[in-house]
Design a protein around this ligand. Structure first.
Ligand SMILES: Cc1cc2nc3c(=O)[nH]c(=O)nc-3n(C[C@H](O)[C@H](O)[C@H](O)COP(=O)(O)OP(=O)(O)OC[C@H]3O[C@@H](n4cnc5c(N)ncnc54)[C@H](O)[C@@H]3O)c2cc1C
Length: 549
């Protein structure tokens, strides 16, 4: 494999929202910046086709009481994530969110309608509206332009698969070109991980269609797997969640739906909404994902999204929202099938199990490894988290790079050789199986032994299976081309994360959210205000409970 070497002050791994924001900000500090992006920054990641809600505290609208804004936000879907973050991180996020709204609007992302900020979605009727409604369809193009304008080097089709350095400091990363025969070595004084969420760990709603997912197929938690291998702390990796939406049509965008969740008899399933409301929507499906299963089991399912009775103005508002958040395909499909949301209720359901957890990082986006920063869904959640901590990560990664002396080149050469050898394994294996089988085996193991119903015996059995499968991964799985090689490296990350999930789920001896331990069915109050940290100590995942600061 041809080796190519690059040097930069700041390396952004992932050119999603967080990676682009980090790169733009770091470049403003006068340092050299490279983005290594697995796809293409114009079209990649969860923000690729747009978003329409941006969580932001706008003092002129919300008033001076920032704590009230946080308390109100804790009631909705952000609540669980926020409750696991250090207080300083939450406060910093909130304080800097309006700056991002202004900046994006200045750059040309329509954050305002007719010069005014509009709020809707993700809120209980009668409560504070905490999400700016915006038109994000063009956000990736605008952020890419802003990065290029500041001299950022964007390298598309480059998958970073491991970090260089050790617990004393990151020194760069290694990557493959996803199309050409190239092995890339990046030396960097600081690295920002912005690789997004973890997909493909659990089977999909339609198991033979792995890409029919709420998030892009290529998001496999690479950042957290790499951070873990280097020795960084991760937290709450056992926590899982899921998303609701149009049945079988796995798409994010829950908060855009203004209708009422009803049973087939047209009666509301929740208590918050009785007729369509574009400001609030039916928050029952955000706060109680079990309604779908419960109604099916009680013989009163399925559950529908009922927008009938919506006004023409509100119907247009709904379509604009869906268009701006990657749901154009759905709108087209409904048209083709002659389904009119003003006349027909749509069947809704929950989608695949999604991994929670994060790379432990503080309000400066610093991880526990010097020089390594994490932003976006590797560290928080939502477009707002990606924008704010990408930006903050960029500032602090640039400052770190300014202060750091030149890197010792010899130190990492052995590591580079090991990584080259690792990649070659998949190319040289005369394998009997491929990445797809390995991925399927993993996701079924997770679903069967660490699904929503968990116990010590099942988790232990599952962990044993996973470790046995993991050994086979390196001897039996072959990549026939670069595309398959990329998938193999992703699957290797998923196996590491799967193992961590099992170990952490064993340690969390209580039930919380969708982590339901039948042997510990209650929520342990002694674990309130704590996070379960996991890190790699000499190749083994070691857990520790820590107080949230
Ligand atoms: C349809 C849809 C609608 C949504 N609507 C909303 C909304 O209205 N409001 C909201 O707050 N959130 C919404 N979200 C979520 C929002 O898009 C994400 O929170 C946000 O994009 C996260 O940004 P990120 O930078 O962390 O990750 P991403 O934007 O997913 O970017 C990650 C990037 O890293 C790249 N990458 C991954 N691994 C590697 C690797 N190993 N090497 C190199 N590159 C790599 C990926 O290709 C990708 O470009 C929505 C998501 C979807 C899919």
């Amino acid at each position: 494999m041809k080796i190519e070497r690059f040097e930069t002050d700041v390396l952004c791994v992932g050119g999603g929202i967080a990676g682009l924001m980090g790169a733009i900000r770091a470049a403003e500090f006068g340092v050299s910046v490279v983005i290594a992006e697995k796809g293409n920054t114009l079209y990649s990641g969860s923000g690729r086709a747009g978003n329409d809600h941006f969580w932001a505290y706008i003092p002129e609208y919300h008033g001076a009481d920032i704590d009230l804004f946080i308390r109100e936000s804790m009631l909705g879907q952000l609540g669980y994530m926020l409750s696991g973050l250090p207080k300083n991180t939450v406060r910093t996020w909130v304080e800097r969110s309006s700056e991002m709204v202004e900046l994006w609007n200045k750059w040309g992302i329509p954050m305002k309608q007719n010069g005014k900020i509009d709020f809707s979605g993700h809120a209980f009727p009668g409560h504070m509206l905490t999400h700016v409604k915006y038109r994000g369809a063009i956000q990736k193009r605008i952020l890419t332009e802003q990065a290029l304008k500041r001299g950022v080097t964007i390298m598309d089709r480059v998958m970073v698969f491991d970090l260089l350095g050790d617990v004393e400091g990151v020194t760069g990363a290694v990557a493959i070109d996803t199309r050409e025969d190239r092995f890339l070595v990046f030396r960097a004084k600081s690295v920002i991980l912005g690789t997004g969420l973890v997909i493909r760990m659990y089977p999909n709603v339609i198991p033979n269609m792995m890409a029919n997912n709420t998030r892009p197929f290529t998001l496999t938690g690479d950042g957290r797997a790499m951070a873990y291998r280097l020795g960084a702390e991760l937290s709450n990796m056992e926590i899982i969640g899921n998303h609701a939406g149009v049945k079988n049509y796995a798409r994010a965008g829950q908060g855009s739906w203004p209708g009422v969740c009803t049973g087939p008899d047209g009666k509301p399933t929740g208590k918050y909404l009785t007729k369509p409301d574009i400001r609030h929507g039916d928050i029952i499906m955000e706060v109680d994902k079990r309604i779908f299963q419960r109604h099916a089991q009680a013989g009163t399912g399925p559950v529908y999204m009922d927008c009938r009775g919506i006004s023409e103005h509100d119907y247009e508002y709904l379509l604009t929202g869906l268009e701006n958040e990657g749901n154009i395909g759905l709108i087209e499909h409904l048209k083709e099938e002659g389904i009119d949301l003003r006349k027909n209720a749509l069947e809704f359901a929950t989608y695949e199990i999604r991994c929670g957890g994060r790379i432990e990082s503080n309000e400066r986006a610093e991880t526990t490894i010097p020089g390594l920063f994490a932003a976006g869904e590797e560290s928080t959640y939502s477009i707002s988290g990606a924008a704010v901590f990408g930006w903050i990560g960029g500032e602090n990664a640039a400052r770190f790079a300014h202060k750091r002396p030149a890197l010792n080149k010899k130190r990492t050469e052995t590591q580079i050789e090991e990584k080259k050898h690792f990649v070659a394994t998949f190319l040289e294996n005369k394998g009997v199986t491929d990445w797809f089988d390995a991925n399927t085996a993993l996701s079924h193991t997770l679903a069967d032994y660490a699904g929503p119903v968990r116990s010590e015996t099942m988790l232990e059995a599952g962990l044993k299976h996973l470790r046995r499968l993991k050994e086979k991964l390196y001897t039996m799985v072959a990549a026939r081309d670069r595309w398959e090689l990329t998938r193999c490296l992703e699957v290797a990350n998923l196996y590491d994360l799967g193992e961590i999930l099992f170990v952490a789920a064993l340690e969390r001896r209580e039930s919380r959210g969708l982590h339901q331990r039948v042997d510990y069915p209650y929520t342990d109050p002694l674990l309130n205000g704590k996070i379960l940290v996991i890190k790699n100590v000499k190749g083994n995942p070691v857990t520790e409970w820590k107080e949230i600061e």
